[in-house]
Ligand binder design. Structure first.
Ligand SMILES: *[C@@H]1O[C@H](CO)[C@@H](O)[C@H](O)[C@H]1NC(C)=O
Ligand SMILES: *[C@@H]1O[C@H](CO)[C@@H](O)[C@H](O)[C@H]1NC(C)=O
Ligand SMILES: *[C@@H]1O[C@H](CO)[C@@H](O)[C@H](O)[C@H]1NC(C)=O
Ligand SMILES: *[C@@H]1O[C@H](CO)[C@@H](O)[C@H](O)[C@H]1NC(C)=O
Length: 426
């Protein structure tokens, strides 16, 4: 952990526990970043992931889909930047999607604290979704360098992906009074040869999701070229426990670095961004079957190049347009992909978000009868909002500055900003 003057100063300022203490401390310290502007229909959330203390930043989503930054709340844990080999660490400190997740089913929000090997849980006030209340103390993630989370569809359990030296998955019951309670039989190893913090991006854990029917828990792992990465697939039992071993599914020929995973609904398939190529399609109906420990994705699976891509790593789906939206940290482009009934993916259009802004985590929310995409850009300390009116017709509607409001609030933010998740009031 870096030990700088500002880290000490912030720690004293916030009254948080000593930087060397590993005892879980309650977070909940709030900083106001902006005033309410009318009634919010929902909120967008991301984390600062700073090693001086991790904060969840909330922004109201208005009826027009636009954001209004409202507050930051301490998680009671620390952030941490992975080792990307650069003298000055770049954007995407965790090498992952899903560092923070909201569940509209249970009105709960969970985040990783990569620097303290813990997870924090919050409840969302649906009348005022930017206002979060911490539930319980941060709990051990069951491994090191926790970097991605997945809620089940009911929102009453959450699984974490640990990407450090002690890597694997671990699941928790979401108890609205006590907080996160470990579920027996879910602490499972990945067996990656990694360090804490992780060294990457190649060879690191990327993302964790549940399959559409909840019967499988799936983690994506990047390869170390020329060796391709893989999906690790565990079966989820009725009691929430996981199969002892995972099935390993490599991408179709040409795939290298599976990163984010977005379900292709109704198809038993996944669109995974591939930082080394563009995107991979995994046809799960033809691969990952129980009893087959290691295979290459078959059936209608494919590995697809995006011309000129540098590192396509994050993705979301828009119900409104029926298309997938991918972000590339190197080109700062949003790429819209259509996947047809035969699982064939084609590029629809690309949307520049400003060279050098580093488009990373994103999420899509339905507001009224429109969809909106929220793209985190740590290198410009901002968020871009796109209105997804129709296929091929995304439009930028807002650029949200994070740096100014953070400075006014005394909140440390920078290139470590990570995660993007949205909540829309029912
Ligand atoms: C693990 O990675 C380190 C660093 O790349 C390497 O030196 C070592 O040989 C690896 N160990 C195994 C068992 O692959
Ligand atoms: C495992 O997968 C391979 C390659 O896809 C296939 O040939 C083999 O029959 C499968 N084995 C079982 C037990 O399903
Ligand atoms: C952004 O970068 C691309 C690729 O290098 C270049 O073609 C384009 O002109 C740049 N756009 C701007 C606005 O500088
Ligand atoms: C981030 O900004 C710096 C300084 O402007 C630039 O040199 C670097 O290329 C940018 N990084 C990315 C990933 O866009």
């Amino acid at each position: 952990m870096k030990f700088s003057f500002s880290a000490v100063f912030i720690s004293v300022l916030l009254g948080s526990a000593s930087l060397v203490s590993s005892r879980p401390v309650k977070g909940g310290k709030k900083m106001t970043m902006g005033a309410a502007q009318g009634q919010a229909v929902g909120a967008a959330y991301f984390i600062t992931n700073e090693d001086s203390g991790n904060f969840v930043v909330s922004a109201d989503i208005g009826a027009d889909g636009k954001l209004n930054l409202r507050q930051a709340i301490s998680t009671g844990g620390f952030g941490q930047h992975g080792d990307d080999g650069a003298a000055t660490p770049g954007p995407d400190g965790t090498f992952t999607q899903g560092a923070i997740k909201a569940s509209a089913a249970s009105n709960m929000l969970a985040t990783v604290n990569p620097g303290s090997n813990t997870l924090s849980l919050f409840s969302i006030d649906s009348a005022n979704p930017s206002a979060l209340k911490q539930v319980g103390l941060p709990v051990s993630s069951g491994g090191e360098f926790p970097v991605s989370l997945a809620f089940n569809s009911a929102g009453d359990s959450v699984c974490a992906l640990n990407g450090g030296e002690v890597n694997g998955v671990n699941c928790f019951k979401v108890d609205k009074t006590k907080g996160l309670v470990p579920i027996a039989g879910t602490n499972r190893d990945l067996g990656l040869n990694q360090t804490t913090p992780a060294n990457g991006p190649p060879g690191t854990a990327s993302h964790i999701i549940f399959s559409e029917d909840g019967s499988q828990l799936i983690a994506s792992i990047k390869g170390v070229p020329p060796t391709p990465g893989f999906l690790a697939i565990w079966d989820v039992a009725q009691d929430g426990s996981l199969s002892q071993d995972f099935n390993s599914l490599a991408p179709a020929d040409g795939g290298l670095l599976p990163f984010s995973m977005t379900l292709i609904k109704g198809k038993s398939a996944i669109l995974a961004t591939d930082a080394g190529l563009g995107f991979d399609i995994f046809d799960l109906s033809a691969g990952g079957a129980q009893g087959n420990a290691s295979q290459v994705a078959a059936g209608k699976s494919s590995a697809n190049a995006i011309d000129g891509q540098v590192a396509t790593c994050w993705s979301s789906f828009s119900p409104k347009t029926g298309n997938f939206y991918l972000t590339d940290v190197g080109t700062s482009l949003v790429t819209e992909i259509h996947v047809d009934d035969n699982l064939k993916g084609t590029l629809v259009k690309q949307y520049p978000q400003g060279n050098g802004t580093a488009t990373i985590d994103n999420d899509i929310a339905t507001v009224g009868d429109n969809d909106f995409m929220y793209v985190l850009q740590p290198n410009s300390t901002s968020i871009s909002v796109l209105s997804l009116n129709a296929p091929g017709q995304a439009q930028n509607t807002q650029t949200v500055d994070i740096a100014g409001p953070a400075k006014n609030a005394g909140l440390t933010v920078g290139v470590s900003l990570q995660g993007m998740t949205t909540f829309i009031r029912k």
